[in-house]
Ligand binder design. Structure first.
Ligand code: DC
Length: 468
């Protein structure tokens, strides 16, 4: 894909209109840099609270803001201290909204934002005044809005709070953002306005991509068709499921294997409950019977075990085939119903195995990120889970697991006794197949975006729940 040099996409809009999700997805989809300017005001708000500053003392606020060293990226830090989760509390949201009305604070932040854009090249910048003040020359200005009911619901879902509380708070913030004298929230005449009240995220992203293509700001590669039916997964579809070509065949569970699984599960779950004080939220979202795909975020080997807390049923996993090099581990994994996947080349048999498992009525886990990742951001998800869901026509249950990376990071052997919180999200319907019954690549891609958005939100909430 080619991108116009110096491309700046400004995404402004009201709170809860979906700006952040859209901006992040646009940046990831097009491999552009991304700046969340709201996080900068949040840092100032947080510091003002920490230093117990009088929020009406503008001189003090401006002086403090000028002296802060703020880093906004995958993680957010102020004066070298990581504040990624601290800046997302309702108290900081309030304070940020207040400090953002102070002209001197805004001047300081706007000047830093301009320097960031100059230094980072093609980018997506998200905020309230990007198209109007920070970068009026942005080649694409998007203004997002949604009804206050929808916005309040989205915020409540994000925060895990009751809708009315966040609705009131949100309306107050809107009024402050629109009413301030310096750079109020406003749509510029050259913005494209998108009302996301009734729009799915993937449709909003498609609109943005269409605007970019129409304005010749991006040029997609020939091998990125917009719409095409696929019967067999392609290399890119399978990247997360790359694997061994050795045949893995479905065998119905025997009584003995089910008992063995139950005993191992009971032992592992008991240890986890005590050691990591694992809590589960939203368990009712898991279908009581029938097949489904569990699609969790993946930060640690511990994820495999804690997922056993979701259901007493046997859930099937894939594991990298190198684990089978130890006879004992290979036997144990096989006895538990786990099957191998190779990670160096496309492995269709592993995918076919997933489809068979689901068609036989068993639930199966597919980590959409493909492997263990690190950090608070969900990596670009691969299409494997959505492809398999389409093939077997089963729902995908998104799951956020907070705190497992702190328990056992990549490269560590011993788990540490930190808390883990799991949130089970609302099931996502399988992608619709084409008229001929073939899997539609377009529907699979769209479904992957929904999965990505959903597990990121659940992960954020779960991490906050364990104080991260
Ligand atoms: O987008 P957000 O909710 O993280 O933003 C936090 C606060 O900062 C919010 O009250 C709006 C304000 N803000 C602003 O005034 N200008 C920006 N460019 C970004 C955010």
């Amino acid at each position: 894909m080619k991108v116009a040099s110096g491309l700046v996409i400004a995404i402004d809009g009201t709170s809860g209109s979906g700006k952040s999700t859209l901006a992040k997805l646009t940046a990831t989809s097009l491999s552009l840099a991304y700046l969340d300017t709201g996080a900068m005001y949040r840092c100032v708000g947080l510091k003002a609270l920490e230093e117990a500053l009088d929020l009406t003392d503008h001189d003090k606020l401006i002086e403090m803001a000028r002296g802060l060293e703020i880093q906004v990226g995958d993680r957010v830090s102020v004066d070298g201290v990581d504040v990624t989760s601290e800046i997302r509390t309702p108290q900081v949201s309030q304070a940020a909204s207040v400090v953002a009305t102070v002209a001197g604070v805004r001047e300081e932040m706007v000047s830093r934002q301009r320097s960031w854009i100059e230094a980072n090249g093609p980018c997506v910048v998200e905020g309230r005044d990007i198209g109007s003040v920070v970068w009026p020359d942005a080649q694409l200005k998007v203004f997002l809005d949604a009804s206050s009911e929808v916005r309040a619901k989205r915020r409540a879902d994000q925060l895990g709070t009751h809708q009315e509380i966040t609705g009131d708070e949100l309306r107050a913030r809107d009024l402050r953002d629109q009413g301030r004298r310096t750079s109020p929230l406003e749509k510029t005449a050259d913005s494209v306005v998108i009302d996301t009240s009734q729009m799915a995220l993937e449709d909003t992203l498609k609109r943005v991509i269409t605007y970019l293509k129409e304005r010749q700001l991006i040029e997609l590669d020939q091998d990125q068709p917009d719409d095409e039916s696929i019967d067999q997964p392609t290399q890119s579809t399978l990247t997360s499921l790359e694997g061994k070509r050795a045949k893995v065949e479905y065998r119905p569970p025997t009584k003995g294997s089910l008992v063995f699984f139950s005993v191992c599960r009971a032992i592992a779950v008991t240890i986890c409950r005590i050691y990591c004080r694992v809590s589960v939220e939203g368990r009712k979202n898991l279908p009581e019977s029938g097949p489904y795909i569990i699609a969790p975020v993946h930060r640690s080997y511990v994820d495999w075990i804690v997922l056993g807390l979701l259901t007493r049923r046997r859930i099937r996993f894939m594991a990298k085939d190198t684990l089978w090099s130890s006879r004992f581990i290979g036997w144990l994994l096989g006895a538990l119903g786990t099957f191998p996947v190779h990670r160096a080349s496309a492995d269709r048999s592993a995918l076919t195995m997933c489809v068979s498992i689901l068609k036989e009525g068993e639930p199966c886990v597919l980590f959409p990120e493909g492997q263990r990742m690190t950090g608070p951001n969900v990596a670009r998800v691969f299409d494997g889970a959505s492809y398999v869901a389409a093939k077997a026509q089963v729902p995908i249950v998104p799951v956020g697991i907070g705190g497992s990376e702190r328990v056992m990071q990549k490269g560590k052997i011993l788990p540490r006794p930190y808390k883990v919180h799991i949130i089970v999200g609302t099931p996502i319907a399988p992608p619709a197949n084409g008229k001929t019954g073939k899997v539609s690549r377009k529907a699979v891609k769209e479904s992957s975006l929904v999965v990505q958005d959903s597990i990121q939100k659940l992960f954020d909430r779960a991490q906050r729940k364990v104080g991260l």
